[in-house]
Each structure stands twice: as structure tokens, then as C-alpha cells.
Design a protein around this ligand. Structure first.
Ligand code: GRF
Length: 216
């Protein structure tokens, strides 16, 4: 496996910044080779450019349909030939062909304790459901939206005075700790997707790993 990491973003880029920081510290064993956005105005593009990393935009609005967009994305990624592709706030559903092409190399971070709350507005939905704990999951990407095998999770306690913004901020801090850890495992060859099972150090995971201390 080479050491090239591609990160796909659509917006703010705080997870991207956490990953770039971990790469710079040598915690990932990966080199950020490309940051690719489907939106030209994504703030994360500036973060990448300031760090001297190659950026690219594949603007979804300029393609007639999903297969055409996915093909352009794959074409740009092939030039970088990444060992791993991290979706970090990438707000575009990828088609089955794209996903199977990169199966086992494509990871996502999602702001909920999957399988609870796939999709959007996870923090508001968690509050409305009255859950006691909420958090984030890193999972392998499969064609099912936010449905791929979960590798690891981090959770926080929901507080009585939480609103979606306060809860999101606490979860986001955990995302920034969790994603670099998981990518470091992947880069070190400790993770593998075997059918629909995640293998960690060669053994199937019974449940998602929880490598961070529980915070309240
Ligand atoms: C994060 O909460 C991530 O889990 C979700 O989208 C958000 C992206 O935030 N997929 P950022 O762009 O990384 O700041």
C-alpha cells in the first residue's frame, strides 16, 4: 500500500484540518496527496491550499447525472492513486460503481452512533428521540447511505440543556480525535473489509471499537 491519502469534502473542513494535522505530526503514516471538493466554494479548499496540498474541484452542477459526476471524480482520483480515501463532510451520495471500485479503501465519518440516525440533521433528531448518548461513527462506505460496516465510534452524554448546535460541537470534538485514529489503523494495515465484516488485526469485530475515553 502506498502512503497517499485523498480527502473528499463539501464544506467547512474541520475534519480535514484534523486529518492534515495528524498527517503533519506523523500520526497517520499517510501523506495528504489530494483534497477534492464537489463544491467550488468549500471553505476546506482554503485549509488545504494553505497547507500546500493539491486541491481539485469536481463541480457536481456541471454534470448531467450521477454516473457522469462519479466518473469525473474517479478520473481525478486515479491521477493521485490514493491508498485510502476519506470522506470528510462530503455531502454527495456516491453511486454503486464508484463505491465498489474503491471498496475497502473508502471511509466516512458520520455524526451519529450508527445504525441510529443515518442521513441528515442527526443532532436534532437525536435530541428529539431523547437518546442519552450520541456521537460519531467511522465506517467503510458501501452503496447503502451511511450503512456500511462501522469500524469505530465515539460518544458523548446528551445534556438536559443541549440544543443541536451545542451537541454538534461536542460530537465534532470527538470526530476530530476519532477519524485520525481509525485512518492510522487503516494505513498500518490493521483494518480490512472482508465481505460485510470489519477485520481488526485479522479478527472480525463483534461491535464497533470505542478507542476514546468516554466523555460526559
Ligand atoms: C461532520 O460532522 C461530519 O461528521 C459530517 O459532516 C460534518 C462535516 O464537518 N459528515 P467538517 O466539514 O469536517 O467541519
Amino acid at each position: 500500500m502506498n502512503d497517499r491519502l485523498a480527502v473528499l469534502i463539501s464544506g467547512r473542513g474541520s475534519n480535514l484540518a484534523a486529518l492534515l494535522g495528524a498527517c503533519a505530526d506523523g500520526r497517520l503514516g499517510l501523506r495528504p496527496a489530494l483534497v477534492l471538493s464537489n463544491r467550488p466554494g468549500a471553505a476546506g479548499l482554503r485549509i488545504a491550499a494553505d497547507a500546500g496540498i493539491d486541491t481539485a474541484v469536481v463541480d457536481q452542477r456541471t454534470f448531467a447525472d450521477r454516473p457522469a459526476f462519479d466518473a469525473a471524480l474517479a478520473e481525478r482520483l486515479e491521477r493521485c492513486d490514493p491508498a485510502l480515501i476519506a470522506l470528510a463532510g462530503f455531502m454527495r451520495i456516491l453511486g454503486a460503481d464508484f463505491v465498489s471500485r474503491y471498496r475497502g479503501r473508502l471511509l466516512n465519518i458520520h455524526p451519529s452512533l450508527l445504525p441510529d440516525f443515518p442521513g441528515l440533521n442527526t443532532h436534532a433528531r437525536a435530541l428529539a428521540a431523547g437518546v442519552k448518548r450520541h456521537g460519531a461513527s467511522v465506517h467503510y462506505v458501501t452503496p447503502q447511505l451511511d450503512g456500511g460496516p462501522v469500524i469505530a465510534q465515539a460518544s458523548v452524554a446528551v445534556r438536559a440543556d443541549d440544543d443541536p448546535e451545542r451537541l454538534a460541537a461536542r460530537v465534532l470534538r470527538e470526530e476530530h480525535r476519532l477519524y485520525p485514529l481509525v485512518l492510522a489503523w487503516a494505513a498500518a494495515g490493521r483494518l480490512r473489509l472482508d465481505g460485510d465484516r470489519v477485520l481488526f488485526d485479522g479478527r472480525p469485530l463483534g461491535q464497533p471499537l470505542t478507542p476514546l475515553e468516554t466523555v460526559t
